[in-house]
Design a protein around this ligand. Structure first.
Ligand code: ES4
Ligand code: ZN
Length: 324
């Protein structure tokens, strides 16, 4: 039989940081446009910094590049450039993260960020029929007060968001810190997801579920260390948005053949495949599927996981039926 073209398989992207789609070429173009200086001489020097040791060594480069994003048009251009690549990749629905606390610290108000990103998403829906929306992420290693403040600032525009998430440096910043902020988000009618069990322990996954009301867990791979948790995820059909190339690049796993994905799938957990920060991790979602196929995951399993990405999305049932 013919090899599967992973780009033509219908799928949703549920774990994607828009700032992590900033390709070095666009970063330098925006730096020039805005008169901002990056702490890297050129595109090649920036790419040399992509040999990451762990999550923090990546976050240092990721946050350094974010200073080039300053205007509404920057955010619109970033989103539209990504959504065009997603369209080419066969992605029909995108639920994407952004980190407004970091932009606020760079002097960019959350309204400017939201205006630009929404404009990019609206244009992509007109051009390519891509649906989806935005998930505001709280940055767990910034003060909880600043998370609460950004949420109140966007509260009047909650209808323009799908939900809230939790990202950035994990170990030492347990979900429990954000219990009140997530309760407030729920009051505003927002869906809730959280990164947990990427570098942190399985207990952080339990906390995200029990204390934050998370409906999906981003990464969640350390759940394999706790058999009771794995049974709970499977029984309750709580999706994990797994990012294989990210896990290898950030050394959360040794290589794809040592990835916990097959064990999770075998245990009946609803796993989806995503690209996380594709500009930094060497591939978009079809590349992640192709890499798993090359590492020995059966094609039929990967086709199932692509289907799960649609079912695990926050799209309406009617839209899910169209997406399949
Ligand atoms: C992230 Cl890979 C990853 N993990 C946690 N937070 C993040 N923010 C952007 N990429
Ligand atoms: Zn992530």
């Amino acid at each position: 039989t013919d090899p599967i073209d992973w780009r033509t398989l219908p799928k949703a992207e549920l774990h994607l940081h828009l700032e992590g789609t900033l390709e070095p070429e666009l970063a330098f173009a925006l730096a020039e446009r805005n008169g901002v200086t990056l702490p890297f001489a050129d595109v090649d020097e920036l790419r040399e910094r992509f040999a990451f040791e762990d999550l923090q060594s990546f976050l240092d480069v990721y946050y350094a590049c974010m200073v080039v994003l300053r205007t509404r048009d920057d955010f619109a251009d970033l989103a539209l450039a990504y959504l065009e690549r997603a369209h080419v990749d066969g992605v029909r629905h995108v639920e994407a993260f952004f980190d407004p606390q970091v932009h606020a610290a760079n002097g960019v108000p959350v309204d400017v960020v939201l205006d630009g990103l929404r404009a990019g998403f609206d244009e992509a829906e007109r051009r390519w029929g891509i649906t989806g929306g935005l998930i505001l992420c709280f940055v767990r290693d910034l003060p909880v007060d600043s998370a609460a403040a950004v949420l109140e600032e966007v509260a009047p525009r909650a209808g323009e968001l799908l939900g809230v998430g939790l990202d950035s440096a994990e170990v030492g910043y347990p979900p429990s810190l954000f219990q009140e902020v997530f309760a407030r988000a729920a009051e505003l009618g927002l869906r809730r997801v959280a990164h947990a069990g990427e570098e942190g322990p399985a207990d952080y996954v339990w906390q995200a579920l029990r204390l934050l009301g998370a409906e999906r867990i981003d990464h969640g791979i350390r759940s394999v260390d706790d058999p009771e948790l794995v049974r709970h995820l499977a029984r309750e059909r709580i999706p994990l948005t797994v990012c294989p190339l990210s896990n290898v690049r950030l050394r959360a796993v040794e290589d794809l053949r040592a990835h916990p994905l097959p064990a999770l799938v075998e245990a009946g957990v609803v796993v989806t495949i995503s690209s996380d920060d594709p500009a930094y991790f060497g591939g978009y979602v079809a590349d992640n599927l192709a890499a798993l196929a090359a590492a020995g995951i059966p094609d039929a399993t990967l086709v199932d996981l692509a289907g799960h990405s649609i079912d695990a999305s926050f799209a309406s049932e009617a839209r899910k039926a169209e997406l399949h």
